[in-house]
Every structure is written in structure tokens, then in C-alpha cells.
Design a protein around this ligand. Structure first.
Ligand code: C2E
Ligand code: CA
Ligand code: CA
Length: 541
């Protein structure tokens, strides 16, 4: 897995692991919010009972006071007393004197009173000293609450008229609109007042919460019903807390994913990544020789894994994994930078030399490599015209059209493209040649049997012909003997690489060889020595 995919995987695992605690936290906060909702509703019920108790008690006390002062008729002094009571007891609209048969004889306004009918009546308290009537004035539909204190025996009593809406709260405990339905009833079931009627309309019964409170003082009951959602709308603090905690956990997961231990040695991909960051992948250079002049043409970069214990691992052991994991892209960039640093100065002074790199099929899947090459060699003494990029015929190319586009873009930079391992591929040479490459490298397989197998000889001849027609260069690979060199030369091949000249060399050895066979021209210096052809193999350092 590529590092980016692993970070993604770490995040996914983190989210999966953190999911249950976050869900539990939200459930817990949800439960707290639910309790809070029920508590709020209950306290509204208590407040409703308290409000009704208080207002009715003030009216009842004023009636007791009038009775104590002997107000039982409609004399001027009685009317004056009624008026004082109406002034003192705010929620009461009217104080009046009532006949034993229930007729209103006079009120604080005087002797002319609207006729009124009692809709229903219940004792207000257990002592039955006061009654609570629901009355209708004149022909109006509106009902009023009336606290009545009947007179003793056949004498008149007194009463106070109160608008029913004064007996129920109209705002929520938080001061907002009341988002609950309230009903104030007498103990006998008489409905005294209602408020917030529309609050819980059209809400499914499951989503409703309710609270009921009885008055201890009077025979009253407040019943409240509300929709859970409406009440929860007031729980913004808890929701904010839930969102904050979930957010903090998300940040924690991302942080942990970012700083997760990067080195798990049991995972070979992690091990490759670690080795890459430790700079354990190094370039070796195998000279490519002009077999007519013996002069150096350049070199092919072959990667090696030089471990901290000094052992050197060849690419077959790690390149396939680097390619399948995607690490090859970073690995190649890294290698190119190293090569640029290591041999850039020497090659910069010898502009005819070329250096070739091996690319993987996935390098040609998009144009990333084009930007990489441009950027890496922009400031290098190595010129883009000295770079050769090899694409192997061994691995099938996913998308010929895209590969062609990438090849063309690279050639546009001045870079040359070579087909490697020609003759071994799945795709066939004609397919590969559609890429419009500059060089073909004939695989060791054909070179090995050049002397013994007539077919190999013919194939090489054909390839050379083809290359000449298409103005491509030919390089023979894996050349191990003097005889082979002679035969290749006879076949018209000019360039070769192989153990007969040199194995892949570590940087310093390669630079030494370079200085020996391609010294920089100075005024009095002798002509370059070149490699004897066939050359005495150069021992690996
Ligand atoms: P290749 O590109 O075909 O490289 C030539 C291979 O043949 C090299 O093996 C080289 O050491 C070996 N060789 C050269 N001359 C002779 C010879 O005369 N006789 C014999 N028997 N072998 C010779 P090496 O270095 O083990 O590399 C193996 C393969 O690994 C390369 O084959 C190339 O496909 C791949 N490779 C090497 N470096 C890189 C790299 O940086 N990136 C990628 N993607 N692949 C690489
Ligand atoms: Ca190669
Ligand atoms: Ca090859």
C-alpha cells in the first residue's frame, strides 16, 4: 500500500474505533437532553400551578377582606369597597356582590351589571369556603374565571372576575415563547384555562412528552404536553457540546494518523520506505561502450540496496514490490537526484556522454514523470539531452495512447527514450515501436546465443535493419565475450554493455574509470585512451 493509502486506512480505522465512543457520548448527551426536556416541562407545570394559586389566592383574600368588612349589599360604601379591591388585585377585572341564587347584584362599576351565566362550578378548596365558577358575560362566547365567596345563610356573597388567560403562563422558563400546551383544570375535571394550544398539534403521540402537577392549596391541576423536538430546540448548549467533542475526537484521530509509528519492520513495504528515507538505495553505473572506437558512450544506472550491514541487494529482490506498491515513483526521483549530484559535474563537462535510467510501466500512466524529470535536472549540470529513459518491453503497457503522450512530452524536453529488453516482451516490438522511441536495447538472450543459434543471428540482423530504417540507435546488452563483440560489430552494432567491459560499478569507481578513459581535453593532453576493444574487463570496486 502507498503511504497515502495507508494514512487513509489509518484514518478509516481511527474513525471506526472512535465511532462507538462518539456515538455513546452523543447518546449520553441525548439522554441528558431528554432528561432536561422533561425537567423543563415539569418546572413549567409547577410554575403554572403556582401562578394560578397565587392569583386566585389574592382574589380569595380580597373577598375574605370584603366579607370581614361586611360588604354584602350595593350601598355606596359597599361599591367603594369593591372598587378598592378591584384596584388592589390586579388580575381581577371586577369585584361584585352575588345573591344566594347566583345573580350579580352590583359590581365595582355600580349597580348596572351585564347578565352572566355560570357554565360550571367547583369548590376551590377543600374547606369549600370559596368556589371557582366559569362564567360567561352577556351573550359573549368568552369564559371568565370567577372566585366566589358565598354569604353565610341567606346573606349575599362576594366574587372576583378574572380573565382565564391570567391563570396560565404565556412564556417558557427560558423567557421564549411557550412551546407546550397547558391546561388548567379543577379537581372535578372542569377546564379552567388553556394555552399554547397549537404547540403540540400534528405531532405523533410518540414524540410528545407530558408533565402534570397538582396544587396543594387548591383543587387545581396543571397538565402540560409538548413535542420533544420543540423542547430540544432549546438545548443548544448540549448540542454544541456534542459537536465540539465529536470535532475534537476527529482532530485527535487525524493527528494520530499523521504521527502514527512509521516503522513497522515486519511489513516489507514499510521496510522499503524506511530504507528509502535512510538513503540506502544507491545508483550503480554500468558503462555503455562504443565497440568501434572503444570510447565511453555513457552508462546505465542500475539501482542497488546497500544495507547498513554493508550487504548489497540487487534490484530483482525489491523492484517488483516497489513497483506494485507505487514506491517506485519516489524511489526513481530519489535515484535521479543522487545520480545528478554524483556524476552531474563529470557528465556536465562531457556533454557527449549519456546516462540512462530504468522506468517502470506505471511511470507512463500519467505525466508526473515529465514534471519530475524537468524539475530534477533543471538545476543539474547534467543536461536533459544527456538523459535516456528506458521503458521495458517485458511488462505490458496499460495504455498505449497515454504512454505515447508521455513519451512525446519527455522527448519534448530533449530526453531520449529507449526500449529495453527488446525481443522478450509480451507486446511485441511493432507495438512498442508505435511509441516513437530513439533507441532499442537488444536483450542478453539473443546476444548469448549469437554464435550458436542461427535464429538469434537473423533476429539481430533484422533489428539492426529496422533500427537503421527508423533512425534508431541500437545497444547490445549482456555482452560477456570478445567473440560476441566481434560478431556484433560485424552485424553493424555500435554500442554495447556487459561484463566484457565492466559490471555495474558504484559511483566512485565509475568516476575513476571515467577519468581514466575519458579525461577532459586539455591543450597538451594526449588523445583519450578509450577502452581497448575487446577490452580487458574493469574489476568492480
Ligand atoms: P536491465 O535494465 O535489463 O539491466 C541489465 C541487467 O543485466 C542488470 O542487472 C545488469 O547488472 C545485468 N548485466 C549487465 N551486463 C551483464 C552481463 O554481461 N552478464 C549478465 N549476466 N548480466 C549483466 P541488475 O542490475 O540486477 O538489474 C536487473 C533489472 O532490474 C534491470 O534489468 C532493470 O530492469 C531493473 N532495474 C535496475 N535498476 C532499476 C531502477 O532504478 N528502476 C527500475 N524500475 N528498474 C531497475
Ligand atoms: Ca535497463
Ligand atoms: Ca535490459
Amino acid at each position: 500500500m502507498a503511504p497515502r493509502s495507508r494514512n487513509l486506512a489509518a484514518i478509516v480505522i481511527g474513525v471506526v474505533l472512535a465511532g462507538p465512543p462518539v456515538a455513546a457520548l452523543n447518546l449520553w448527551l441525548g439522554a441528558i437532553a431528554e432528561q432536561q426536556v422533561v425537567r423543563d416541562l415539569d418546572s413549567t407545570a409547577l410554575r403554572a400551578v403556582g401562578l394560578a394559586e397565587g392569583r386566585l389566592a389574592r382574589a380569595a383574600a380580597a373577598l375574605d377582606d370584603l366579607a370581614a368588612r361586611g360588604v354584602d349589599g350595593c350601598r355606596a360604601s359597599h361599591i367603594e369597597a369593591l372598587r378598592q379591591a378591584a384596584f388592589a388585585v390586579t388580575p381581577a377585572k371586577e369585584f361584585s356582590v352575588i345573591a344566594p341564587d347566583g345573580r350579580t347584584l352590583c359590581s365595582d362599576h355600580g349597580s348596572t351589571v351585564e347578565p352572566r351565566s355560570i357554565v360550571s362550578s367547583e369548590p376551590l378548596n377543600d374547606s369549600r369556603q370559596h368556589l371557582l365558577d366559569l362564567v360567561r358575560l352577556g351573550s359573549g362566547g368568552k369564559q371568565w374565571a370567577r372566585v366566589r365567596r358565598p354569604g353565610a345563610g341567606e346573606s349575599n356573597g362576594v366574587a372576583a372576575l378574572i380573565p382565564t388567560e391570567m391563570l396560565v403562563p404565556s412564556v417558557s422558563p427560558h423567557g421564549g415563547p411557550l412551546n407546550a400546551r397547558i391546561q388548567l383544570t379543577g379537581r372535578g375535571g372542569m377546564v379552567i384555562a388553556r394555552a399554547g394550544e397549537t404547540a403540540a398539534a400534528n405531532v405523533p403521540a410518540d414524540d410528545l412528552v407530558s408533565a402534570v402537577r397538582d396544587s396543594r392549596r387548591y383543587r387545581l391541576r396543571a397538565s402540560l404536553t409538548a413535542s420533544r423536538a420543540d423542547l430540544a430546540a432549546g438545548q443548544n448548549d448540549l448540542r454544541l457540546l456534542g459537536a465540539m467533542v465529536s470535532g475534537m475526537l476527529a482532530v485527535l484521530i487525524l493527528t494520530l494518523a499523521f504521527f502514527r509509528p512509521k516503522r513497522r519492520r515486519d511489513n516489507p513495504i514499510d521496510e522499503l520506505e524506511r530504507a528509502m528515507h535512510a538513503g540506502e538505495f544507491v545508483p550503480y553505473y554500468q558503462p555503455i561502450v562504443d565497440i568501434r572506437s572503444g570510447r565511453l558512450r555513457g552508462a546505465e544506472v542500475l539501482i542497488r540496496w546497500r544495507k547498513s550491514d554493508g550487504s548489497v541487494v540487487t534490484p530483482a529482490a525489491f523492484i517488483p514490490l516497489a513497483e506494485s506498491s507505487g514506491l517506485i515513483l519516489e524511489m526513481t526521483r530519489d535515484l535521479m537526484r543522487r545520480v545528478s549530484r554524483e556524476i552531474g559535474p563529470a557528465f556536465g563537462k562531457r556533454p557527449n556522454l549519456r546516462i540512462s535510467f530504468n522506468l517502470a510501466a506505471r511511470h507512463f500512466a500519467d505525466e508526473e514523470i515529465v514534471g519530475d524529470v524537468r524539475k530534477i535536472f533543471k538545476t543539474s549540470p547534467l543536461k536533459l539531452s544527456q538523459i535516456v529513459l528506458e521503458v521495458t518491453e517485458r511488462q505490458p503497457l496499460d495504455n498505449l495512447t497515454e504512454t505515447r503522450r508521455v513519451v512525446a512530452a519527455l522527448q519534448g524536453l530533449g530526453v531520449r527514450i529507449a526500449i529495453d529488453d527488446v525481443g522478450t516482451g509480451h507486446s511485441g516490438l511493432s507495438y512498442m515501436l508505435k511509441l516513437g522511441v530513439d533507441t532499442i536495447k537488444i536483450d542478453k538472450m539473443f546476444i548469448d546465443s549469437i554464435a550458436t543459434d542461427r535464429n538469434s543471428h537473423t533476429i539481430i540482423e533484422t533489428l539492426v535493419d529496422l533500427a537503421q530504417n527508423m533512425r534508431m540507435d541500437v545497444i547490445a546488452e549482456g555482452v560477456e565475450s570478445f567473440e560476441q563483440v566481434v560478431q556484433l560489430r560485424e552485424l553493424g552494432i555500435r554500442a554495447a554493455q556487459g561484463y566484457v567491459f565492466s559490471p555495474p560499478l558504484p559511483g566512485p569507481s565509475f568516476l575513476q574509470l571515467l577519468e581514466a578513459i575519458e579525461p577532459l581535453k586539455e591543450a597538451a593532453a594526449p588523445a583519450p585512451a578509450g577502452l581497448a576493444v575487446p577490452a580487458v574487463p574493469v574489476a568492480a570496486a
